[in-house]
Design a protein around this ligand. Structure first.
Ligand code: GDP
Ligand code: ZN
Length: 343
């Protein structure tokens, strides 16, 4: 590891000067009460450092400063904000407060432990496909991550136009297993616009994200559902001059039929981050009633004698396919191969 170097006096001075300048600048942008209109409700479209784009109830996108008293603000947050009577340094309002969130998506962060990336998501569409080969381990891994957030998952099989005698049986077996556990499963072909109505129905009045390994057809699907997406993106970059942020920062879009999509490259990778063995246990919902009943407290649920999970499999209460997937996910945690394969 590189040794931390001591700062020279000159560096100290420069840092101090920069800080003073920063403070000065933010002082200039402090809004007086008389410069602001009445408080309104809004929703955060995107957050960029000290600023955020708010969608007003009238449907306008307003770039706002964030009050220092607001300690966490992400895409999807419902906020109370006040419009400025004029625009200062391209900022046209102030975010005063954030409403309580009913869900929060976070990702591991080297500095902070976890970093919130989006709020108030209602459902996560876990997209899988016929080609690249249907992979139940990946779906189970996404299900674990989704269960930990408390957000409802919906499993989507895309590219059903590519189903054949070779792959159909295996896929059907797994999908009916998810159905038995209680997960909703939708079969679609984005390319041939099959089954998209069922997805549209579920999007209505909900905030959704689409996750899934690269190549399963998420972009194709989103473009079919939201053909004017480009247009929306362009409008924002024209207004703010900060279009480059829209590719990396989580952003909220409106579906034409109602409902919101939150999307970003980071959001799409949600679920492939590091998990602990405990989290994997929690994520297999139909196993929950058997945990705690193994003969040995440190049971690894492999070949251990008196394993309650093994017994549940033998008795037909836990499906052997899910149990095998559970064991493979646990075994993969150290090696991280599951994550790296899809980068
Ligand atoms: P993403 O990485 O999940 O965003 O996947 P893309 O949307 O980029 O799609 C990957 C490839 O799959 C592209 O070549 C798409 O044309 C193709 N694709 C997407 N949906 C379908 C489908 O329903 N059927 C078939 N046959 N191909 C599809
Ligand atoms: Zn056990």
């Amino acid at each position: 590891m590189a040794k931390a170097k001591k700062l020279t006096k000159g560096q100290h001075r420069r840092i101090k000067k920069n800080l003073a300048e920063k403070l000065n600048k933010s002082k200039q942008e402090v809004w007086q009460d008389s410069e602001l209109g009445d408080a309104e409700q809004g929703i955060i479209i995107s957050r960029f450092g000290q600023h955020a784009d708010v969608k007003s109830q009238a449907g306008d996108i307003v770039r706002c400063n964030i009050r220092r008293t607001v300690d966490s603000l992400v895409c999807g947050d419902n906020v109370l904000w006040r419009p400025g009577k004029e625009t200062k340094h391209s900022i046209s309002g102030v975010i005063e407060a954030v409403h309580e969130r009913h869900s929060l998506l976070s990702r591991p962060d080297v500095y902070d432990g976890v970093k919130p990336i989006a709020a108030n998501i209602d459902q996560i569409f876990i997209v899988s496909s016929v080609v690249p080969a249907f992979n139940p381990d990946i779906i189970d891994r996404y299900l674990v991550a989704t269960e930990l957030t408390g957000i409802k998952p919906i499993i989507v099989l895309n590219k059903i136009d590519l189903l054949s005698a070779d792959n159909q049986e295996l896929i059907d077996r797994h999908l009916s297993l998810y159905d038995e556990i209680g997960y909703e499963v939708l079969k679609i072909s984005s390319k041939h616009q099959q089954g998209l109505q069922a997805i549209e129905q579920r999007l209505l009045n909900q905030t959704s994200i689409f996750v899934g390994q690269s190549g399963v057809g998420k972009s194709t699907l989103v473009n079919k559902l939201m053909p004017e997406l480009d247009l929306v993106t362009n409008e924002v970059s024209e207004m703010s001059g900060l279009g480059q942020h829209t590719t990396t920062v989580a952003r909220l879009y409106d579906f034409p039929s109602g409902g919101h999509l939150i999307d970003s490259p980071g959001i799409r990778e949600f679920g492939l981050w590091h998990l602990t063995p405990d989290q994997v246990d929690q994520g297999f919902i139909e196993f929950q009633e058997y945990f705690g009943y193994c003969k040995f407290r440190d049971c690894k649920h492999q070949d251990d004698p008196g394993c309650a999970l093994q017994k549940a499999v033998e008795d037909g209460h836990i499906n052997p396919l899910r149990f095998a997937s559970y064991q493979r996910i646990l075994a993969s945690l150290g090696s991280n191969t599951l994550t790296s394969r899809f980068k």
